[in-house]
Design a protein around this ligand. Structure first.
Ligand code: HEM
Ligand code: MTE
Ligand code: MO
Length: 466
């Protein structure tokens, strides 16, 4: 058998364009597929999305690659093997992010340290569940390194006592509950808002949203076990703290109302599984909160502590972030206390395919996208226009039917329409949820200084080739 040179993932990751060669991995094998890029039946652009990294998360989106002839074809391009597990990065006093996990180079990175990235928009709606490796990542701080055997979740009980749960206890003492839920960051689509006027925050495109099947203990079961009642009189909040802390020692934190935490219909989880595997480090290993229907910021990762309080979490991210303001509020006048913290998100949708500026072939065009609403409100319709909103068609909705009021996951949609050679199209989509909430038609009236809640009709201009 031929023996192959060994490469690290980082070396493979440097080969991402035909000029630098295009390398990919499958299992532990390394392939130089530069010469195949132009021959790919699915098109060169698609292969380049996976360039420098693993094929598996991308192939999970397109079942054709499961056929044996595809692996056979790939085999002829083999140039090496991955070095047996690379030593984990040594802690580095100079760089608090040195211990962050490896990531797929195909993600669209908005900031490297802390790591913030979204899946390529054109793949976002290809499959109902987002592969873990492509799920958007929103980190404020370095990723904590947690030794699972010494992990403890602290739950402050009602009488001043505390409950301390190991990962094994969380798994064994409480029934495992599974929920398919979409997480969306309040900053999703912020870059469209900053085109109207600059805003503060990461320049997310349409990909700060993803969907997974989460498995874990119900938060409700853990709180009842700790001695809390089904209901509390007055205003109470369940506060979460992460193991990630800023240089001053303040942990990432957020809270949700007590009623949501205790409601069996709200499906709030202390999740230890994501799409059937343990949580990846970027998504909160070993335990995170998942609050379906609520802004992603409340789904605290690397959960270390749960406490019940008459006040919302004192965290910066609860108090001074993830809030909406009027377009008239600027950095000189903003008073965070005047705005409630975002919890349930408004209805949202976006076109994932085609992408802005694309030149599409004449004939039939398939437009694809996602739609989702907060609070478990189901998406009941998506309207699509090809002429900037003058005329509309109704898209076909795909997705699992959820119980009433518990539509936690997005709907994917598509519409196939004839398009004429040489024309310009302005594709627009807008969704309607089960409360008949609709999206605003333009960005300017909902502009806000932090670029939150950017839910205007999504517009994509493309041209049809001659
Ligand atoms: C070197 C890596 C790859 C190889 C060897 C490969 C190979 C192939 C082959 C042989 C087909 C035709 C399958 C058939 O019709 O029997 C195909 C189709 C396709 N591939 Fe790939 N592929 C690669 C990477 C990718 C990646 C990374 C993506 C997505 C990001 C992708 C997306 C597609 C799509 C969309 C099709 C067309 C599927 C259809 O017509 O239904 N491929 N690929
Ligand atoms: N501990 C901790 N939890 C966190 C964050 C964080 O930085 N630290 N980011 C929050 C934000 S703003 C979002 S949108 C979601 C993103 O989850 P994901 O990275 O798994 O997509 O996690 C939330 N939970
Ligand atoms: Mo977020």
């Amino acid at each position: 058998a031929p023996s192959y040179p060994e490469y690290t993932r980082e070396e493979v990751g440097r080969h991402r364009s035909p000029e630098e060669r295009v390398w990919v991995t499958h299992g532990t094998d390394v392939f130089d597929v530069t010469d195949f890029v132009e021959l790919h039946p699915g098109g060169p652009d698609k292969i380049l999305l996976a360039a420098g990294g693993a094929l598996e998360p991308f192939w999970a989106l397109y079942a054709v690659h499961g056929e044996p002839h595809v692996l056979e074809l790939l085999q002829q391009y083999k140039v090496g093997e991955l070095s047996p597990d690379e030593a984990p990065a040594a802690p580095d006093a100079q760089d608090p992010f040195a211990g962050d996990p490896p990531r797929h180079p195909g993600l669209r990175v908005n900031s490297q340290k802390p790591f913030n990235a979204e899946p390529p928009a054109e793949l976002l709606a290809e499959r109902f569940l987002t592969p873990n490796e492509l799920f958007f990542t929103r980190n404020h701080l370095p990723v904590p390194a947690v030794e699972p055997s010494s992990y403890r979740l602290r739950v402050d009980g009602p009488g001043g006592g505390t409950l301390s749960l190991s990962l094994a206890e969380l798994r064994s003492r409480f029934p495992k509950h599974e929920v398919t839920a979409t997480l969306q960051c309040a900053g999703n689509r912020r870059s469209e808002m900053s085109r109207v006027r600059p805003v503060k925050g990461l320049p997310w495109d349409i990909g700060a949203i993803s969907t997974a099947r989460w498995g874990g203990a119900r938060l409700r079961d853990v709180l009842l076990h700790a001695g809390f009642p089904e209901e509390l009189q007055g205003e109470w909040h369940v506060c979460f703290e992460g193991l990630d802390a800023d240089p001053g020692g303040a942990p990432y934190g957020a809270s949700i109302p007590y009623g949501r935490a205790l409601s069996p219909a709200a499906d709030v989880l202390l999740a230890y599984e994501m799409n059937g595997t343990e949580l990846p480090r970027d998504h909160g290993f070993p335990v995170r909160v998942v609050v379906p229907g609520v802004v992603g910021a409340r789904s605290v990762k690397w959960l270390r502590r749960v406490a019940v309080s008459p006040d919302e979490s004192p965290s910066h991210w609860q108090q001074n972030d993830n809030k909406g303001f009027s377009p008239c509020v600027d950095w000189d006048t903003v008073d965070y206390r005047t705005a409630p913290a975002i919890q349930e998100l408004p209805v949202q949708s976006a076109v994932t395919q085609p992408r802005p500026g694309a030149a599409v072939p004449p004939g039939e065009l398939t437009v694809k996208g996602y739609a989702w609403s907060g609070g478990g409100r189901e998406v009941v319709r998506v309207d699509v226009s090809l002429d900037g909103g003058r005329t509309w068609k109704v898209a076909r909705l795909m997705g699992d039917k959820a119980p009433p009021g518990r539509a936690w996951a997005w709907a994917l949609w598509e519409l196939t329409v004839p398009v004429e050679a040489g024309t310009e199209l302005e594709i627009v989509c807008k969704a309607v949820d089960s409360s008949y909430n609709v999206q605003p038609d333009s960005v300017a009236p909902i502009w806000n200084l932090m670029g939150m809640l950017s839910t205007a009709w999504h517009r994509v201009r493309v041209s049809v080739q001659d």
